[in-house]
Design a protein around this ligand. Structure first.
Ligand SMILES: Cc1cc2nc3c(=O)[nH]c(=O)nc-3n(C[C@H](O)[C@H](O)[C@H](O)COP(=O)(O)OP(=O)(O)OC[C@H]3O[C@@H](n4cnc5c(N)ncnc54)[C@H](O)[C@@H]3O)c2cc1C
Length: 360
């Protein structure tokens, strides 16, 4: 199969989907390819900060996502041995401390809106396998596989929005510098006890961060930092003493934890790293989101940064201006902002334990 489009976007995560919608709205023809059968995912960035909220509101998407379900966090709490140690309330002008938005809700709204434009098309179950170069060593399209059949998509611009292990980045020869942060992360999801208020609760266990994030539909997501590379050894240890540390920190979740987290298998491991690249694109190609700047989960910047990249790029791209110059301008602006955020993430990680010290 051979297809032609103005822009071919690889990856229907928050960055790729939002960019596709915004460009389609501007009369740019877009093909969005996604290797999964559907676009909903679990255990991904689901906390919107003010910047992400502002972008969704600006484009009239927030209310639609809210109709499907989202949850505003009312407090940020630090707990020690079952006791509330420090409480942070939201700025009254803002009214909340971030918002939980399931990626399934976010992505389905964006895709539904994009589908209103005949110049947009989504191809799921379609995996990028290669890039196509032009005579001048720039890029003019992609090759993908769908149900064992090769598809060629020619485009004026290829966008790599294919996440932290981006194939577009690798195939385009853009080097990435990976930074380890000294920890990996265990994730689990449990039903919240009755009358559980929307909150982010933190504790310090063995000098590492443990967080409980309230989610929509009555769930709590647990994010538990463990020493980098330690999980295979940890798994050899008895499970009960480990999970008892969580229960000691948050006794109010004892019953639901004991019912729903009964072995190591109930945790999902995230190998934590961040990365950055010097180049955000080449002739005919640009990277956005995790593909060009993977963030760690700290501070919930990843989802929001991917959407900001999409919003910034969409603002300068039109059918007439799909040129390298625009991409360079966009990259320069966003690169500086992302570099600052990556520094803030490291500071937050290094200073987390200080939250539990009382200064007199
Ligand atoms: C466990 C976990 C928890 C996180 N928690 C937070 C949080 O609380 N807050 C926050 O802001 N961020 C968080 N993040 C980060 C956040 O999920 C990402 O920063 C965000 O999803 C990046 O969006 P993206 O669109 O750039 O990439 P992604 O969301 O990764 O989307 C990339 C898409 O590309 C597709 N794809 C990949 N390869 C191909 C291919 N070859 N062909 C076609 N399609 C392909 C993938 O299937 C995927 O749908 C978390 C990440 C993880 C893994």
């Amino acid at each position: 199969m051979n297809l032609k489009t103005d822009v071919c976007i690889v990856g229907a995560g928050p960055g790729g989907a939002l960019l596709a919608y915004l460009l389609a709205k501007k009369n740019v023809s877009v093909i969005l390819i996604e290797r999964s059968k559907d676009v909903a995912k679990e255990f991904r960035g689901e906390h919107l900060n003010e910047e992400g909220e502002g972008i969704l509101k600006h484009h009239g998407l927030f209310e639609k996502v809210e109709r499907l379900g989202l949850l505003r966090m009312e407090t940020l709490e630090y707990w020690e041995n079952g006791k509330l140690f420090k409480l942070i309330n939201p700025n009254p002008d803002i009214g909340h401390l971030g918002i939980h938005v399931p990626q399934a809700h976010l992505l389905s709204v964006i895709i539904q809106e994009a589908k209103k434009y005949s110049n947009f098309s989504l191809m799921t179950n379609t995996r990028l396998i290669d890039l196509i170069k032009d005579e001048a060593d720039g890029f003019k399209g992609i090759k993908a596989i769908r149900e064992d059949r090769e598809i060629v998509i020619e485009s004026n611009l290829v966008i790599g929005a294919d996440g932290r292990f981006s194939t577009v980045r690798k195939k385009s020869g853009i080097d990435v510098t990976v930074r380890k942060h000294g920890y990996d992360l265990l994730w689990a999801k449990i039903p919240a006890p009755l009358n559980w208020e929307p909150s982010i609760k933190m504790a310090l266990i063995d000098e590492m961060q443990l967080s409980l994030f309230t989610q929509t539909k009555g769930y709590i997501q647990i994010g538990w930092n463990i020493k980098e590379g330690s999980y295979s050894e940890l798994r050899k240890q008895p499970f009960t003493p480990f999970i008892d540390k969580l229960i000691k920190a948050f006794p109010q979740v004892k019953e639901t934890v004991q019912r729903h987290i009964t072995s190591w298998q109930d945790f999902v491991l995230l190998d934590v790293h961040s990365n950055y690249t010097d180049t955000w694109g080449k002739a005919g190609l640009a990277l956005i989101g995790d593909a060009v700047h993977t963030m760690t989960p700290t501070g919930a910047f990843g989802l929001n940064s991917a959407m900001k990249d999409a919003d910034t790029l969409a603002a300068i791209l039109t059918r007439e201006t799909i040129s390298n110059m625009d991409l360079v301008n966009c990259a320069a602006q966003r690169k500086k902002e992302v570099e600052k955020l990556q520094v803030i993430q490291v500071q937050k990680e290094q200073n987390f334990a200080k939250q539990f010290v009382i200064y007199s």
